[in-house]
Write a protein that binds this ligand. Structure first.
Ligand code: PCA
Length: 206
């Protein structure tokens, strides 16, 4: 057996639904994508897809448990960013919690660092330009973004990059638009299968 032929594991997470689902039906495309792709092979990657609670503390604890369980070579976390009209590849996670919306445990964070004496920010270690170009080559809207917000997604992104800072594990965060079934006609959205095709093209770039 040659070790390098062992499939590499890519841990892919989504979030459960939270306060920002205008359909009120408990939808979050990121959860559907992670569960749909679970167990699939994409390029050299074996996908381990899981859904995280939309809670500041518990999302991080759950992710760390999954990272211990799978020892993945790459971690890609997904979330929903209502109002965006393209798959958004996040460049940077910032050391700040601030959102008008409580998380699913009722916790409100009104502006404070995540950790007191850690860097202000971490960069994604994913090949963002190649991923954007691969999505766009499928005819699917993609963009780079410099803010994952200051809610649970950015919190998870920052804590993950901090936890992985001394490793060679590639990691980053991708935001998805609303699904058409969540969005009123005036709000941008993207069909689930379009998001999945785009993400598959992007993950082949890792
Ligand atoms: N989006 C939220 C949290 C969970 C999700 O899917 C965010 O952007 O912070």
């Amino acid at each position: 057996m040659h070790g390098q032929h062992k499939p590499s594991t890519l841990l892919l997470t989504g979030f459960e639904a939270f306060g920002d689902d205008p359909s009120g039906r408990g939808l979050n495309p990121s959860a559907q994508i992670a569960t749909t792709l679970h167990g699939m092979q994409i390029g050299p990657w074996r996908i381990a897809g899981h859904v995280l609670p939309c809670e500041y503390a518990r999302s991080v604890r759950t992710l760390k448990t999954l990272m211990r369980e799978y020892a993945p070579q790459a971690v890609v976390c997904l979330g929903q960013a209502g109002g965006r009209n393209a798959i958004s590849l996040e460049r940077i996670a910032v050391n700040w919690d601030e959102a008008a919306l409580p998380d699913n445990a009722g916790t409100l964070r009104d502006g404070r660092p995540i950790f007191k004496s850690t860097p202000a920010a971490y960069f994604s270690t994913l090949p963002l330009h190649a991923m954007r170009d691969a999505i766009q080559a499928q005819g699917i809207a993609a963009e780079l973004s410099s803010s994952a917000g200051h809610f649970v997604c950015n919190h998870l992104f920052y804590c993950m990059m901090h936890a992985l800072r001394k490793t060679r594990v590639r990691a980053g965060f991708i935001h998805m638009p609303y699904l058409p079934e969540q969005a009123a006609s005036v709000v941008p959205s993207m069909p689930l299968l379009t998001m999945i095709s785009g993400l598959q093209a992007a993950l082949r770039m890792l």
